[in-house]
Design a protein around this ligand. Sequence first.
Ligand code: GLN
Length: 521
Amino acid sequence: MSKFIFVTGGVVSGIGRGITAASMAMLIKAQGYTVDIVKLDPYFNVDSLYLSPYQHGEVFVTDDGGEGDLVIGHYERFLDQNLTENSNITSGKIYLSVINREREGGYDGESVQVVPHITDEIKRTLYTFSRPETDVVVCEIGGVVGDIENHPYLEAIRQCRGELGKNNAAYVHVTYVPIIEMSGEHKTKPTQNSVKELQNIGIQPDIIVCRSDCPLDAESKGKLALFCNVSSDGIIESVTTDNLYQVPLKLREQNFAGVALKKLKMDEREPDLGAWMDMCARAEKAKKAKKRLRVAVVGKYTEKVTAYQSLTDALKTAGLLRNAALDISLVACADVEKDINVLNGFDGIVIGPGFGERGFDGKIIAAKYARENDVPCLMIGLGAEAGLVEFARNVCKMTGASSQEFDEKTPYPVVNYSEPKMLKKGAFPSLITPGTYLNRIYGGMAIRERHRHRYGFSAIYEQLFLKNGLVFSAHSPTGVPEAFEIPTNRFFIGTIFHPEYTSRLLSTHPLFTEFVKVISK
Ligand code: GLN
């Protein structure tokens, strides 16, 4: 049976509760324990299939094709571990299964209610994570204590301690401690109130993580311990940092995981954090570096920085590996359409994925600019579709070439839909063409990459493209092209799949490391 650590949020959302939960899991894993992690989200979307990146940031895709909150990406990167579609549970999933069961007559004539039926379903789902091979399950609850929406989750996790036994469940509450600018004083009252609200539900936190912009003074910590009924070693501060990977190290200085393990009656072991600390030290050095590489990420969701979370993370970690300081700018497709000069001066360009027609033209213009000026360019998903359309139109002179997605009647559907029309999502095998640049980058021929697209590159024009200097460098096992390159350019590679989803801090994806290597030359 696994032990559970529940992570709730207080005062306000968006303060890094996900990173805190990921840090806890990572620090325990670093001690040699096996961990799993799950996020319970209070919204009614069944998964992130239809979620706009404008609202929730990037939709993250797991190996098994799950479409989850972007925090799942953080979890995977912190744990260096593949998660599944079950790692993100939403109220939509929970209610759907309860309603389906009711429709099948599964409740034996009972009236179906939030308590006990929804809460039982939450617990049942949570307990599926309890496996002989998993020592600890970290479970993050979305939303903030006091929200109507997450109340059933809180009630369910309250019941868990009774059912699992008091040494098998620990509670971590992540709150915000504001600072009054005029006096420079920390205010603990919002946290006290939030903990009171949690206690009203019947949950006594074992640890309170206080997010703040400045370190907390001893008096504030003392107050929080006293009024929130938490031992003083359970008051942990988490000061704002621009490097998320620093967070677990800062928390570890305060024995964050140790306090939880003690609560769970588990032994503390010496963690293996050498490689992690090395990457963080490189990040600190990179901050001060004078020589900086400028990378443009061209996309349409640029108002929301988290819409390209995995992509920018992969670039940054690739930079760290090569000791290169990267300045990443999100450049809106609309701005590229207005004036191509916005791309002047960048050392490299990444044309990002996306859905929908808006921004497609901007991506085409960006690809043309990168190709003609031999600026290293990595194109992903819709970005790669744009790159191929551009090549067809401007190099192969296929007037009107386009994607069937945006022009059903195009004379040259160089990007087309596959039959049956469906979203290809999750990890699939691809075969790399021997002798290609991609082959050298991956150092092998059989790869597995994560996909999320309905449309893809058409195989019909393969010979024509080849004659004009563009090579399809990877294919699906059935022969559908999945990556292309222009060998005469320094780095001009497009992939229909998403290398950013599998890039990790300690094992950065080779496409990103190579991209940074080329731009740093
Ligand atoms: N809209 C495109 C498709 O469905 C590209 C999606 C993506 O960027 N992954 O094929």
